[in-house]
Design a binder for this molecule. Structure first.
Ligand code: COA
Length: 257
């Protein structure tokens, strides 16, 4: 049981719901602590095959870091906060199991950054994305300048980060931030559906795919990593099962070995 979020396993998918709807699910210290624990659980609990992160209520995914905790921070405490945030979001990004953001409303500041750290994003029609930190005299602190720029390119990132403007779910989809947009009632079912499809694949191949994509690199290093991971797959039972099942015209039964 966590104070600031709900977490339950449903058909192998860990459903994490940030649960501070009266504060637009803003990320305060307690949410960070709880989130750190449940993300750790994704790594450790073999019953969990995939995860989705969403927000409670119908207005917000996460409206950013909790601004009420900002006034007390000095420069060194803020650096520490950002370091902790980066560590947690890196843990999301590098999770060996897929983690999808189901963005169901405002995804602002740290909320947008958290969604960007997930492996991909599905959104509801009322979702809004933005990095409004400049309105507070701040830069993003949980990876926004880096992940957003990598995803949408320098010029759009500059515009969004410097203006603090929000964009709609459909605009976010046009720019490749969001993969698919659904009516609100369909967001969670559709997110669970894609995760259940991914769960039917070989888990080791999925985790190596995540590793390769996260280490995307135009230089030979990226290709070398792919060669290495491809080779490693052949040491798994699942690779034998995959090829055998295809040749025997049946569905594979992957065991994650
Ligand atoms: N931190 C702390 N509290 C927040 C918050 C945040 N990031 N975002 C919203 N809240 C709180 C509000 O203070 C308000 O609390 P109150 O009812 O006790 O006054 C409650 O959530 C509802 O927000 P409200 O502003 O009244 O809702 P709205 O529908 O008018 O506006 C937003 C919604 C998301 C546009 C607006 O709340 C907002 O701009 N939030 C800040 C976003 C931001 O700057 N994030 C980056 C932080 S680094």
């Amino acid at each position: 049981m966590h104070k600031t979020l709900l977490a339950e396993i449903e058909n192998g998918t860990f459903i994490i719901t940030i649960n501070r709807p009266d504060k637009m699910n803003a990320l305060n210290k307690e949410v960070f602590k709880d989130l750190d624990e449940v993300i750790g659980e994704i790594y450790q609990n073999s019953e969990i095959k995939s995860a989705l992160i969403t927000g409670a209520g119908n207005k917000a995914f996460i409206a950013g870091a909790d601004i009420s905790e900002f006034l007390e921070l000095d420069a060194s405490q803020a650096t520490e906060l950002a370091t902790r945030g980066h560590k947690l979001f890196d843990k999301i990004e590098n999770s060996p199991k897929p983690i999808v953001a189901a963005v169901n409303g405002f995804a602002l500041g740290g909320g947008c950054e958290l969604a960007l750290a997930c492996h991909f994003i599905y959104a509801s029609e009322n979702a809004k994305f933005g990095q409004p930190e400049v309105n507070l005299g701040l830069t993003p602190g949980y990876g926004g300048t880096q992940r957003l720029t990598q995803l949408v390119g320098r010029n759009l990132a500059m515009e969004l980060l410097m203006s603090g403007n929000m964009i709609s779910a459909n605009e976010a989809m046009e720019h490749g931030i969001v993969n698919k947009v659904f009516p609100s009632a369909e967001l969670l079912p559709k997110t669970k559906e894609i995760l259940s499809q991914i769960q039917s694949k070989a888990p080791i191949a999925i985790s190596k795919t995540i590793e390769c994509v996260n280490n995307f690199d135009h230089t030979q290093q990226g290709y070398d990593l792919e060669i290495k991971k491809f080779g490693e797959c052949f040491a798994t039972e699942d690779a034998k099962e995959g090829a055998s099942a295809f040749l025997e015209k049946r569905s594979p039964n992957f065991k994650g070995k």
